[in-house]
Design a protein around this ligand. Structure first.
Ligand code: G4P
Length: 532
């Protein structure tokens, strides 16, 4: 396959949702439609339930599932579709944010009963930061949910994006009869059926066609006509350009569990979703059609077998062609590496790939060479941008419980934080290790893995920090003065950047006022331009 062809038929995306909205179910239905699996139930949910907090074996099992389902590929309408899985649990939100750097678009699943939930808002913020095009799927229409107009208002308000329905529900919950497809001008009839893949379709001449009464009844027909008139009056026509620019999100209604609305979602997705997009680096923008290979690591997964210390680094191909057993340049280490076993994973099946194209994600076996954000090229020195660390919300100091195992502890902490399980900040003097995370669960994971994979034991001492802020300023003297004065609350991140650990929102605000020359950042996105 030539490069241009490969690019023009690839779509790489992620499904995101608040836990329980139906991400796993929809993913599975996509794979079913794409012929990648034959029966429902082949894809296991990778969500870590709250009750699992102290159940480490459960966490391990879940980690296994999430390796197996990290990237799932299938063909549909002549397109190679790559779905990147994202963990549902909020404590692993940072993993999801990083995965979003490796996709070209997302499908957002909303539960029609619950509407926009907290995690949906945060995930959408990340999509907006990166201008990622979004299609919204309102799921569980077979349940008594919110009124569609209210739901669309809520989506626009809370997610700060314009919406445009492409289908419109007829009834909801017990009265749900199907959807009217606003573009094809047909009715797709709903039946509660988990095995049937295609819905019955009735084509209308227009919404005024008197067939409508016969199909859905007089009252629902009158209501539908009224609502469609409102939809056409209130919403701008769908624009592919506005969608591609992440300004407008098309909306579909359906029920993933009952295979309803999934096919039209997939048809529209393969039609309008962007093919692999150019990506920014610290020196220039890289276009997918460039002949030379480039790619970056956005996720690292430790081997589930603690006896084998090797890991899998997930790399997104950004340009050119990746080839098995060819030497590529690891920019940070300034070293050439070749890979004899690059893999793809699919519902627990692992297979070796000979070549991969822009938009593809491959798993590379790693013995410690990779950190999240690392770039591979054919020799050029460049680093992909946009793999940020976000300020953690919970901070704990690591206390070594076994001085004989200090080396193991150091190594374990370094490797786990390279994997992105948590962030490590070092405070001087004393080489104090501060671990920052977005959720409590990570501390359980770290403790468990340190003990089982590295033979090291530790405790965590609670620290009352509010946020970690990366600092930049045009005024070097002021910056150095701040670092000197605040020595006790300063730390270095994994790349040696100075970070201010703000004790409270109030103190942070005060420091911002006292040092107007300094910018306090809550993500490390800018880190390569940092001045200190
Ligand atoms: P998640 O990955 O976003 O966390 O959600 P998941 O797909 O696991 O779905 C969460 C629950 O919602 C599941 O039920 C699933 O069967 C149900 N669900 C998904 N789509 C629909 C739908 O269209 N209508 C209805 N009524 N339910 C839907 P569960 O009881 O938690 O799990 P399970 O025992 O059914 O697997």
């Amino acid at each position: 396959m030539n490069l241009k062809e490969a690019i023009s038929n690839r779509k790489t995306f992620a499904i995101i949702s608040h836990p329980d909205a139906g991400k796993t179910t929809l993913t599975e239905k996509f794979l079913l439609y794409g012929g990648a699996i034959q029966t429902a139930g082949a894809v296991k949910s990778n969500k870590i339930k709250k009750t699992a907090t102290s159940d480490f074996m459960e966490i391990e099992r879940q980690r296994g599932i999430s390796v197996a389902t990290s990237v799932m590929g299938f063909e549909y309408n002549g397109m190679q579709v790559n779905i990147l899985d994202t963990p549902g649990h909020k404590d692993f939100a940072e993993d999801t944010y990083r995965t979003l750097t490796a996709v070209d678009s997302v499908i957002l699943v909303i539960d029609c009963v619950k509407g926009v939930e907290a995690q949906t808002e945060r995930l959408m913020e990340v999509c907006r930061m990166r201008n990622t095009p979004v299609i919204i799927f309102v799921n569980k229409m077979d349940r008594e949910g919110k009124e569609p107009f209210d739901l669309l208002d809520e989506l626009e308000e809370k997610l700060n994006i314009k919406t445009r329905p492409l289908s419109w529900p007829i009834g909801i919950g017990a009265t749900f009869q199907g959807v009217y497809n606003l573009y094809e001008k047909d009715i797709r009839l709903f039946s509660a059926n988990k095995t049937k893949l295609e819905s019955d379709v009735v084509t209308l001449d227009s919404i005024d066609d008197d067939k409508l009464e016969k199909i859905i009844g007089n009252e629902p027909a009158a209501q539908l006509r009224e609502e469609i008139e409102m939809v056409e009056g209130v919403y701008d026509p769908f624009s592919k350009e506005a969608y591609a620019a992440a300004e407008l999100a098309p909306v579909f209604f359906g029920s993933a569990l009952n295979n309803f609305g999934v096919m039209e979602l997939l048809d529209t997705f393969t039609d309008i979703a962007p093919t692999p997009l150019p990506r920014k680096t610290d020196v220039r923008e890289v276009a997918p059609a460039e002949n030379k290979f480039t790619g970056f690591v956005f996720k690292i997964h430790a081997n589930l077998d603690p006896k084998h210390r090797d890991r899998i680094a997930f790399l997104r191909v950004c340009s050119g062609k990746f080839e098995r057993n060819k030497f590529f340049h690891h920019v940070r280490l300034d070293k050439n590496l070749k890979f004899s076993n690059p893999s793809t994973f699919m519902a627990s099946e692992k297979s070796t790939v000979e070549e991969a194209f822009p938009g593809d994600v491959i798993g590379l076996y790693d013995t410690g060479n990779f950190k999240i954000g690392d770039t591979l090229t054919e020799g050029e020195t460049l680093n992909f941008k946009g793999i940020p660390s976000f300020s953690p919300e919970i901070f704990r100091e690591v206390e070594n419980r076994d001085p004989m195992k200090t080396k193991q502890l150091e190594k374990g902490i370094r490797q786990l934080t390279d994997e992105g399980v948590a962030q490590l900040f070092i405070q001087d003097p004393g080489n104090k290790k501060v671990i920052g995370t977005v959720g409590e669960l990570q501390f359980d994971v770290i403790k468990y893995r340190l003990e089982h994979e590295y033979g090291a034991k530790c405790d965590f001492r609670h620290l009352n920090y509010y946020k970690a802020c990366w600092l930049t300023s045009d005024n070097k003297d002021k910056l150095n003065e701040f670092i000197r004065i605040k020595q006790n609350q300063m730390a270095l991140d994994k790349d040696g950047n100075h970070v201010f650990l703000a004790p409270s929102a109030w103190i942070l605000q005060l420091e911002q006022q006292n040092f107007p020359e300094i910018t306090f950042h809550f993500t490390s996105e800018f880190k390569r331009e940092i001045l200190v």
